[in-house]
Write a protein that binds this ligand. Structure first.
Ligand SMILES: C[S@@+](CC[C@H](N)C(=O)[O-])C[C@H]1O[C@@H](n2cnc3c(N)ncnc32)[C@H](O)[C@@H]1O
Length: 344
């Protein structure tokens, strides 16, 4: 065998093992979250030793050598920084701190939960035999499963709310909601985090958070926001403008057209605007979020019947079919873009 062939085999093996073991990163992330390693480190001023981390975890049977191997892995994967056996938080691990404004800890806990992860491993059945991997795994579509399993449902809503909090900072500073007037309805707004961020910055807007009754029933009260429970496939509350974030990707093209037609019905009388904050897929792209965008597409495939991330061509198709003949895509420094759509 030539050196060139040997080299190609070696690189192939390295590629294979990289992907074979990639779930270890999420397992280690879960471990760091469960042990609250970032929280323990944050209680100290400056870098900490392994024994300070061990003391902070405070478990009588903790094995320091095992902890040191976990820390070595986490440092290798750049979760934490380490210099001369002193560990410190970096930009990634700061996102693991609980109860902070920009935390991603609830998202980490929800999407590393074996209940959520297990469905990804049924993707093969779903592709071969049809139906969602969620249904193959849990015997229910994801929304029904989340509705019946309140604990997982709560964890899912918290995960959405924390990533939305981060996205909304960028969305609100990149898009001029100040030009809108009257009522702004967030369709599929979850517990109302997004609309509350908008009306806090633009208090002249009247915010309505619209979601399924069981979701809004547990939503916190926000000043300037009214929670309305209902079904977007039946009717959407009347609005001057509509906001939708990370919701259409849960649905097939046909269902999206149905939702968008209901949006048009809701705003038609007032010639309002539809503002969508969702992923615009660019499979050949190589910006910092393109990998996440394509990962999200596979998650949608596993979780939702017909769920998908869409390219610009796919967005144009469903918007036009629903009667939104004009649109404008605004790229912002986020995994999502803003799509403004109009009826005339
Ligand atoms: C992926 S979450 C997005 C939540 C929020 N927009 C965000 O970005 O955090 C999709 C939301 O759609 C809601 N939803 C699902 N089916 C619905 C329906 N038929 N009517 C209204 N809302 C629905 C879910 O309850 C969930 O809160």
């Amino acid at each position: 065998m030539s050196t060139k062939e040997e080299d190609a085999i070696m690189r192939g093996q390295a590629w294979f093992f990289h992907h074979l073991h990639s779930s270890l990163s999420s397992a280690a992330l879960r471990c760091a979250l469960e042990l609250d390693i970032a929280g323990v480190m944050n209680r100290h001023d400056g870098p900490v030793t392994l024994s300070q981390i061990a003391q902070g975890i405070s478990s009588p049977s903790l094995n320091t050598e095992d902890l040191s191997r976990l820390m070595r892995f986490l440092v290798h994967r750049k979760f934490f920084d380490e210099v001369n056996q002193l560990y410190s938080l970096n930009q990634c691990s700061k996102l693991l701190l609980k109860d902070t404004k920009n935390t991603l800890a609830p998202m980490g806990m929800c999407f590393t939960d074996p209940i959520m992860v297990s469905l990804l491993f049924n993707l093969n059945k779903s592709i071969k035999d049809g139906g969602t991997a969620a249904f193959k795994t849990h015997g229910l579509e994801l929304w029904d499963f989340l509705c019946c399993n309140l604990q997982v449902g709560k964890s899912f809503n918290e995960a959405m709310a924390c990533s939305t909090q981060i996205d909304m900072d960028t969305i609100v500073s990149s898009y001029d909601f100040g030009s809108l007037q009257g009522t702004l309805v967030d369709v599929g707004g979850g517990v109302g985090m997004a609309i509350s961020e908008i009306v806090t910055r633009y208090p002249h807007l009247k915010g309505i958070n619209f979601d399924l009754p069981h979701v809004v029933s547990s939503a916190p009260a926000y000043e300037g926001v009214t929670h309305v429970g209902g079904d977007m496939f039946t009717a959407i509350p009347p609005a001057d403008s509509i906001f939708i974030k990370s919701m259409l990707h849960d649905w097939s093209d046909d269902k999206c057209v149905q939702i968008l037609k209901n949006c048009r019905e809701s705003i038609t009388k007032r010639s309002g605007k539809l503002i969508i904050a969702e992923i615009v897929l660019n499979p050949q792209g190589d910006d910092v979020f393109d990998e996440t965008r394509i990962n999200m597409d596979l998650i949608m495939l596993a979780c939702f019947d017909g769920g998908k991330e869409r390219t610009e061509v796919e967005w144009k198709m469903i918007l036009e079919e629903a009667g939104f003949c004009h649109y404008n895509i605004i790229k912002i420094p986020s995994v999502v873009s803003i799509i403004e759509a109009y009826t005339d």
